[in-house]
Design a protein around this ligand. Structure first.
Ligand code: PMP
Length: 372
């Protein structure tokens, strides 16, 4: 099998992640942060270690880490935790539905929403033009899950600082593929999922939030703290992680981050080299339309002229055992911008596990499919 669907989730988990999973299922099954016995404490300690690892990995020293179940929950926590009736929020057409849908809902509750429609390079300029006195929050993705384009989060962060506006970055596609230094960027909230570039199993994500940000919890319930208080505590992280947290996925995240930390520069280089090779190979195919740009982060978005994207993806799967993703990738507005909202497009998303030989096989398969 050839796996080019890494933007959806990473398929191959490193040995250390698999080892930790087998090991922790026997060792860390008591509930962390609830009971005081030694097994519970031991589990709480490894969760604490993971939070510290996450902070180190993202250079997030004035921040706290809230664990969630995925990036969607992290984005919902940040968006619903900040915005109130009368506030204005700016986001872009590059956003995923995990941003667009909460914003659409909030529109009906009296939140003003501006979605800017432009090429990625214009995002910072247009954001600045949209700012109003009631702008409370700006949201951008760091890397588009459709085109692999990078948003200039450094510049957007500086604009947010200048106007004293909170900045939320969707790091779903950047995490584990780009070295994100939160202490150098003016980002107030950064979200990630464990199961993509950070190489954990599914079931864990996170919101990294600056100490100064005042959030409202999304989920209310037991925290293992202040049990006599009927109001939800708002201490971070406990108040924002009501209910039992997913211990085993969190431990697998720790292992994923340890693996990446050891090899990060090298892995990024491999991905860059493979992306270059992918674009070089696609460029020679006359029947392919390429929508993304060669400097994209690990992604190529293509169509075979005259063929529906789902048909191409199905044929790649059934005849050639190659996994890609077709359709709209839960990000309809960027597809509209590209003119692919009807037929969708085929997304090839790679990571460091892929090889040039696999890309050659993909090119061969696409050529054969185009002749059908
Ligand atoms: N944002 C972006 C840019 C994404 O690509 C994704 C996943 N496709 C998400 C958010 C949501 O991540 P999850 O499925 O882990 O909730």
């Amino acid at each position: 099998m050839i796996y080019f669907d890494n933007a959806a989730t990473s398929f191959y988990k490193p040995e250390i992640v698999r080892y930790e999973l087998n090991h922790s299922i026997n060792k860390f099954t008591a509930n962390p942060g609830r009971s005081g016995h030694k097994y519970s404490v031991k589990t709480a300690e490894i969760i604490y270690e993971t939070r510290e690892k996450v902070k180190q990995f993202f250079h997030a020293y004035d921040y706290e880490v809230v664990f969630t179940k995925n990036c969607t929950e992290s984005l919902n926590l940040a968006i619903f935790g900040i915005l109130n009736k009368g506030d204005h929020v700016i986001a872009t057409i590059y956003e995923h539905n995990s941003v667009l849908r909460p914003l659409e809902f909030l529109k009906s509750k009296g939140v003003e929403v501006s979605i800017i429609d432009c090429d990625m390079s214009e995002v910072p300029n247009l954001i600045e033009q949209e700012i109003k006195p009631n702008t409370k929050l700006i949201i951008t993705t760091s890397v588009s899950n459709v085109t692999g384009e990078l948003c200039d989060i450094d510049r957007v962060g500086k604009i947010c600082k200048k106007y004293n506006i909170l900045y939320l970055v969707d790091g779903a596609q950047a995490s584990g593929h780009i070295d994100i230094n939160l202490n150098e960027l003016n980002i107030d909230m950064y979200t990630f999922s464990g199961h993509k570039g950070l190489l954990s199993i599914t079931g864990v994500g996170g919101l990294i939030v600056k100490n100064t940000v005042k959030l409202r919890p999304l989920i209310f319930g037991g925290t293992g703290t202040e049990s006599a208080n009927l109001n939800q505590p708002i201490t971070i992280p406990e108040g924002f992680e009501a209910g039992t947290i997913p211990t085993i996925p969190i431990i697998s995240l720790k292992a994923g981050i340890e693996f990446l930390s050891k090899n990060f520069k090298n892995l990024i280089k491999i991905e860059e080299k493979l992306t270059k090779y992918l674009y070089f190979s696609l460029k020679n195919l006359k029947f392919i339309k390429i929508y993304s740009k060669p400097n994209s982060k690990n992604i190529a978005l293509i169509n075979i002229e005259g063929m529906d994207s789902s048909l191409v993806a199905n044929l790649l799967d059934e005849k050639y055992n190659i996994c890609v993703r077709a359709g709209l990738h839960c990000a309809p507005l960027i597809h509209k911008h590209l003119g692919t909202e009807k037929e969708g497009a085929v997304r090839i998303s790679l990571d460091f596990n892929n090889t040039e030989q696999e890309i050659d096989k993909l090119i061969y398969a696409l050529s054969k499919i185009s002749e059908m």
